[in-house]
Structures are given as structure tokens and as C-alpha cells.
Write a new protein. Structure first.
Length: 365
């Protein structure tokens, strides 16, 4: 019977044989896929059940260690480490609980948590991760060290500031900010990538929210990365470093437009009228955005005369600048009667006439 079936199969057309083979293969793959999904689900459920059970053990042990005065810390630390911390997963769960306890407890408890961290071998475990090439393991290690304020050998972290991975560079910065008290921004010296806006924000927040020594930001005004210079110019304003005003004025001649823009804005905020002369001299050669910034700097710290000196540098084609000029001139209404001189319906067409009027007024005609 079976032989006859095989002989009949051999006599099937080629296309039917192919279809049968593909159908059987697809069925096998489907069964394997279903089996794999079931196995993964079972493994996940068991892992989750283990995690819940192990977390209970960790929390109970941590509570005894931190709050039970009769608890024999030295012997119990070694015993718990030997009996329970056997796998990488165990260590990760212990690290997670350590960070949770550290987040919620301060003062003397923080020192006890660090004792737990060292005693359970978590420091050694993370140090191995930090030495590995896998960037995500390095990020995880730096995050824990940073949160706990635990220092590691400088040579292990310093090279990570130059990592191609943004996440790793960012975590290395946070580590230095959280562990370095005397030179928290020293890593900027070695930075060979542009600072992202997010990185600038968290560096500023760290300086404001933690007890860190604020450096003289003029130290990085000549940094090769323009974003670092822009950030440091911002910080001069944020931390009221008025001694650096002469250097801010010099930054108006910087080769990068973004640096000049930040210098213009910072000098406006710090209300430095002495900077207007150089701003006005640079106005014809500036980018449209920087020209606009200079106009608004004059509105805040300048005079009607300062504004009139720029009217000849705004061409008929620069309609957006014309509108900004009219708007700012309105704030000097007593000296520059804009509303009386122009028709709002033909505001840009009237620019040449208005410019001639302003120049004659400037020359005393």
C-alpha cells in the first residue's frame, strides 16, 4: 500500500510535488514558530515569577540591613551574596533595588546603601560591565555609579566622552557631573562632538540643582566645537559672570554665526550698551537672523539714534527686516513717528522713502 502510494507520488506532476513540499515546509515552520512563542512565553512567565520572588527577598534583606540594629551585617552580607547572587540576572535585580532604596533614603542610610552595594559585589559586577565593549552595558554601569555618586578609575570613563554613541557620551557627562565636586565640567576639554540641546539643558540643571562648583565659563570660549562655546556664553548669563563681558563683546567677531547670535542675545540680557558699536559695525555683514537679533538688542539697550544708523544697511529686498525695524521704531515713537510717516497698506513699498527720511534725520538735515 505504502509502495503504491510512493509510486503514485513519483508519478505526480512536478508542480504538485513542489506545492506539497512547500505546504509541508510551511506547516513545519508554523508549528516551530508556535512552539517558540509558547516556550518564550513560559520562560518569560517563569522569569517574572522569579523576579517577584527575588525582589521580596531583596527588600526584606535590605530592610533588615538598613533598619534592624541587631542585624549582623558582616556575616549576613556574605551569606546573602553566596546563597542568592548567582547569576547576572540576580545582580541586575539587586542593583535595581539598590537604586530604588537610594532614591528614597538620604543621610546615614545612603552610606549604608553604599555598604550594601560594595558588600554584595555589585560594584565589581558593574565595573566588569564598564570594561566591556558593549555600549549598553557601559551605559547601565555609568548610570548606577552616577546615581549612587560612586567614583571609578578615571581612565575607564574619560575615553567614553569621545564615544560615537550619543547615549554613552551623555551618561559619561552625567557621571562626571554627579561625582566630581571640584571640576564637574572638566570633560568639556576632551569633547570632540557637538553638545546637543538636551545635553546643554541637563548640564545646566545639574549645575543649578546640585552643590557643584561653578567654573569660569570663559575657559571654553575658544573651544573647537561651536555648541560648547554657545553653551558657555549662555552660562555666563545664567550665573552672572559679569567679569566676562569683555570676552562676550569679542565673541561678536566669532567665525560661527551661532556663537555671534548667542553673544548678541547674552549682551542684550546683561544690558551692555558698550557692545552696540561693534554690533552696528557688523550689521551689514551678518546673517538675517543675527541682523534681527541686533535690532531687538537696540530696542532693549539702545537709542533711536542707534536704530537710525542701521536703516541704510537694510535693503529693499529684506522685507522681514523692514517689518522688524518698523516694529522696533514704534517703541521710540516720540523720536521716530513711524505711524505718521508710512501707510501700513504699502509698508514695504515705502521703505526707500522712509530710509531716505531717516538718513536725513541722522545727518541733521
Amino acid at each position: 500500500m505504502q509502495l503504491n502510494s510512493l509510486k503514485e507520488l513519483e508519478n505526480w506532476p512536478y508542480i504538485l510535488k513542489v506545492n506539497l513540499t512547500l505546504s509541508i515546509s510551511f506547516l513545519i515552520l508554523t508549528l516551530l514558530f508556535i512552539a517558540l512563542v509558547l516556550v518564550l512565553r513560559i520562560v518569560k512567565n517563569r522569569r517574572e515569577a522569579y523576579r517577584i520572588k527575588f525582589d521580596v527577598k531583596l527588600i526584606d534583606f535590605y530592610n533588615h540591613f538598613l533598619f534592624d540594629e541587631d542585624f549582623e551585617k558582616a556575616s549576613q552580607l556574605g551569606d546573602f551574596k553566596f546563597r542568592h547572587l548567582k547569576t547576572s540576572f540576580d545582580h541586575k535585580l539587586a542593583i535595581k533595588q539598590t537604586l530604588i532604596f537610594d532614591e528614597n533614603l538620604k543621610g546615614e542610610s545612603s552610606e549604608a546603601i553604599k555598604e550594601l552595594f560594595y558588600g554584595l559585589g555589585l560594584y565589581a559586577f558593574l565595573l566588569k560591565d564598564l570594561k566591556k565593549k558593549a555600549w549598553f552595558k557601559q551605559v547601565r554601569a555609568l548610570y548606577a555609579f552616577s546615581k549612587l555618586g560612586i567614583s571609578v578609575p578615571q581612565e575607564l570613563v574619560a575615553p567614553l566622552i569621545k564615544s560615537k554613541k550619543v547615549e554613552l557620551r551623555q551618561q559619561a557627562m552625567l557621571y562626571f557631573l554627579n561625582t566630581s565636586k571640584e571640576n564637574p565640567l572638566g570633560f568639556l576639554d576632551d569633547l570632540d562632538q557637538e553638545l546637543t540641546l538636551w545635553q546643554q539643558v541637563f548640564i545646566e540643571n545639574s549645575l543649578k540643582n546640585f552643590d557643584l562648583e561653578v567654573p569660569d565659563f570663559a575657559r571654553w570660549f575658544n573651544h573647537e566645537k561651536s555648541s560648547v562655546v554657545v553653551f558657555c556664553i549662555k552660562m555666563v548669563v545664567s550665573f552672572n559672570q559679569f567679569q566676562n563681558i569683555p570676552l562676550l563683546i569679542e565673541a561678536l567677531d566669532h567665525t560661527e554665526a551661532a556663537v555671534r547670535a548667542q553673544a548678541i542675545n547674552s549682551l542684550k540680557i546683561m544690558e551692555v550698551p558698550d557692545a552696540l558699536q561693534l554690533m552696528s559695525a557688523n550689521f551689514p555683514f551678518e546673517t538675517p537672523a543675527n541682523k534681527r537679533a541686533i535690532l531687538y538688542a537696540i530696542e532693549r539697550i539702545g537709542t533711536a539714534k542707534d536704530l537710525r544708523t542701521l536703516v541704510g544697511c537694510i535693503s529693499k529686498e529684506e522685507e522681514n527686516l523692514q517689518i522688524d525695524y518698523y516694529k522696533i521704531a514704534s517703541s521710540f515713537e516720540d523720536e521716530i513717528p513711524v505711524q505718521k510717516l508710512i501707510d501700513l497698506d504699502t509698508i514695504t513699498e515705502d521703505w526707500e522713502e522712509y530710509k531716505d527720511y531717516s538718513l536725513r534725520l541722522l545727518q541733521g538735515a
